[in-house]
Design a binder for this molecule. Structure first.
Ligand code: GDP
Ligand code: K
Ligand code: MG
Length: 281
């Protein structure tokens, strides 16, 4: 009867709770994430006679595992592998909100992009070309909502069910430039036999190793990948020399660069001040 699980992800204050309530109504329960006092909300909605379970993730700005909230969100996505993820964004702050969206896509989430707070954007001279935005993000389905009024929520339910039924799309890639891409492919190739069985993307794992992500390092170690870790450290050092900045900073800057380019292409504002606000990062 249950079609699958959808997780809601987004920065704090983008309207995630409003979306969660509008989707699930009274059919929700509140508990805690295992081992921590961070609130976990779960609920269900029914669309086209199919039941979908909804999990509200903590509000986060990214998927680095340095804060408890980010760790909870990333662990859930990696280990529970929900059928779909709705990235709820505050559309009046699109550029800043897209950083998490890009990280979710790189992680391999089967994403639906929810442009929330659309009521605050409309009629103000801002135009979002959803086709261009979707194409730039590897073809993610996009839904517009004004969650506090329930606008767009029925459409969101349908799109989520479709996404769950279709399953994962193609791998999304940010182009990190030839130096970094060479290191990524080399590592990803070595990782294929180690992490594919866990359902982790070798490319994502390679990027995280180059960033020096402690959790991913531990995971690769557990898979007997000591040699790969050694190789990753060497590659990271030589990459740092070539790039002139540490890989973690470099990858983050490339993601921001990619997002700036995408917003320039897909968003136009007729009022100068509004344009400035939309591209504020
Ligand atoms: P969360 O922190 O992501 O869970 O955000 P909340 O659901 O608590 O919403 C934050 C604030 O934004 C609340 O005051 C909501 O009423 C308001 N809000 C949520 N969605 C919308 C929307 O689509 N349009 C407008 N104008 N306000 C919204
Ligand atoms: K809030
Ligand atoms: Mg909330």
């Amino acid at each position: 009867k249950s079609a699958g699980v959808v997780a809601l992800a987004g920065n704090p204050n983008v309207g995630k709770t409003c979306i969660f309530n509008a989707l699930t109504g009274m059919r929700q329960k509140v508990g805690n994430w295992p081992g921590v006092t961070v609130e976990k909300k779960e609920g269900v909605f029914v669309v086209d006679g199919r039941e979908v379970m909804v999990v509200d993730l903590p509000g986060i700005y990214g998927l680095t595992p340095y804060s408890v909230d980010e760790k909870i969100a990333r662990d859930f996505l990696l280990k529970e592998k929900p059928g779909a993820v709705v990235a709820v964004v505050d559309t009046t702050n699109l550029e800043r909100n897209l950083y998490l969206v890009v990280e979710l896509l790189e992680l391999g989430a089967n994403l639906v992009l929810d442009l929330n707070m659309i009521d605050r954007v409309e009629g103000q001279g801002v135009k979002i070309n959803k086709e261009k935005l979707s194409r730039g993000l590897g073809g993610v389905p996009i839904v517009e909502t004004a969650a506090h009024k329930g606008f767009g929520v029925e459409a969101l339910k349908k799109v989520v069910l479709e996404a769950i039924q279709k399953g994962k799309r193609e791998e999304f890639k940010v182009d990190y430039g030839s130096e970094a891409e060479t290191a990524i492919s080399e590592l990803a190739h070595l990782l294929e036999g180690k992490v594919a069985s866990l359902g982790f993307s070798p490319r994502w794992t390679a990027i995280k190793l180059l960033e020096g992500d402690p959790e991913v390092q531990e995971l690769v170690k557990q898979q007997g990948g000591e040699e790969i870790l050694k190789m990753a450290r060497q590659l990271a050092v030589s990459l740092e020399k070539k790039l002139g900045s540490d890989p973690e900073t470099f990858f983050a800057e490339r993601r921001y660069g990619f997002i700036r380019g995408l917003v320039r292409q897909a968003v136009t504002a007729t009022e100068k001040d509004l344009a400035a606000r939309l591209t504020l990062s």
